[in-house]
Design a protein around this ligand. Structure first.
Ligand code: ADP
Ligand code: MG
Length: 330
């Protein structure tokens, strides 16, 4: 089982940022309103995610670490997935390649803790915690030295982690996020996004300001359009707020952050008349459709999607964004 978990871990956890992604998604799935992330040495020596979500009951703690144990779907309805997680692979994978500690308290239970290192699971023990869950991952890949060798610099990993956190923060504007770098011991907040209020458009504009800056948020036009079962919402920046690098594109399909060629190409197409070649559009767009119209299950990292009607999705983005920019006087 350890060998299988380590092989699976290679798929699910490529680098510290993928571990952060899995842990933060779990916190979101648990209904957390507040998620704090601490990292050290680019996440290589430490990743700690603290949430105020529903917690894990003592009897479920060991189960959460066994392969393909997920509390989120019953296996019969793979198409109707409303949570980030559904494979039950992340925690066992992380426990196979690093030193994992989960401390948790579910409502009506005492707090408990379990450790698993290099796939060796300890027993469930009493712990102290008022609510939610703390997942601590130390020495990622210590159990797989070959992979450890391929780690990039701390700086590059910090950048990738920051990117992941910002993407998930954009997806969940009503949740508060902090990212802290504790490498130096003391701890320095490198990203903070307070929980937003109001309707989805208010909240999203506030979150855009958290992630991309107030000026960007003030110069973005709202998008709200529908076509053949696809619904597109979000904000697109005026072309003058485009970027030299593609760091300001946030695309979501049914709430999941994706990096999909079709969608990125469609966005570029929408800005074609407004933008010089070396500039990238800046936008935050949510494309929602019936789960049967899209396959988000292409890869365990779940950032690619496959549409049944890619042409419709593309056409909607191009026309909706182009219209919004034209109406704003461009
Ligand atoms: P998945 O997310 O695909 O279900 P994971 O391995 O990521 O699989 O997590 C296994 C299970 O552990 C989840 O289904 C959930 O029940 C529980 N779990 C993990 N993280 C948390 C958390 N932060 N809060 C509450 N429950 C959690
Ligand atoms: Mg998960």
């Amino acid at each position: 089982a350890n060998a299988i978990n380590r092989i699976a871990a290679g798929e699910v956890v490529e680098r510290p940022a993928s571990a952060v992604k899995e842990l933060v998604e779990n916190a979101i799935d648990a209904g957390a309103r507040r998620i704090d992330i601490a990292i050290a040495q680019g996440g290589k020596s430490l990743i700690r995610v603290t949430d105020d979500g529903c917690g894990i009951a003592p009897d479920d703690l060991a189960l959460a670490l066994s392969r393909h144990a997920t509390s989120k779907i019953d296996g019969t309805d793979l198409l109707n997935i409303h949570t980030f997680g559904f494979r039950g692979e992340a925690l066992p994978s992380l426990g196979a390649v690093g030193r994992l500690t989960i401390t948790s308290r579910a409502e009506g239970f005492d707090a408990t803790e379990i450790k698993v290192s290099g796939g060796e699971m300890g027993s469930v023990k009493p712990a102290a915690l008022t609510r939610g869950t703390i997942v601590t991952l130390q020495d990622l890949f210590y159990a797989t030295p070959a992979r450890l060798k391929f780690m990039r610099s701390d700086r590059a990993e910090v950048q990738a982690i920051s990117d992941v956190v910002k993407r998930l923060a954009m997806a969940e504007p009503f949740v508060s996020f902090t990212l802290r770098d504790v490498s130096g011991g003391e701890g320095r907040v490198t990203f903070r996004a307070d929980a937003q209020t109001g309707d989805m458009f208010d909240a999203l504009r506030g979150r855009l300001a958290n992630v991309l800056g107030r000026e960007f948020a003030d110069n973005a036009v709202p998008i709200d359009a529908e076509r053949d079962g696809f619904h597109l919402t979000g904000y697109a920046a005026l072309p003058t707020y485009s970027r030299g690098a593609a760091v300001a594109q946030f695309l979501f399909v049914n709430g999941r952050p994706v990096r999909d060629k079709v969608l990125v190409g469609a966005l570029r197409g929408a800005y074609m008349d407004f933008l010089s070649r070396d500039r990238h559009p800046a936008a935050c767009l949510f494309l929602d459709c019936d789960p049967t119209m899209v396959d988000v299950n292409v890869h365990p990292a779940k950032s690619e999607v496959r549409f049944r009607e890619a042409g419709v999705a593309r056409g909607l983005i191009v026309s909706a964004v182009r219209h919004a920019l034209a109406n704003a006087g461009h």
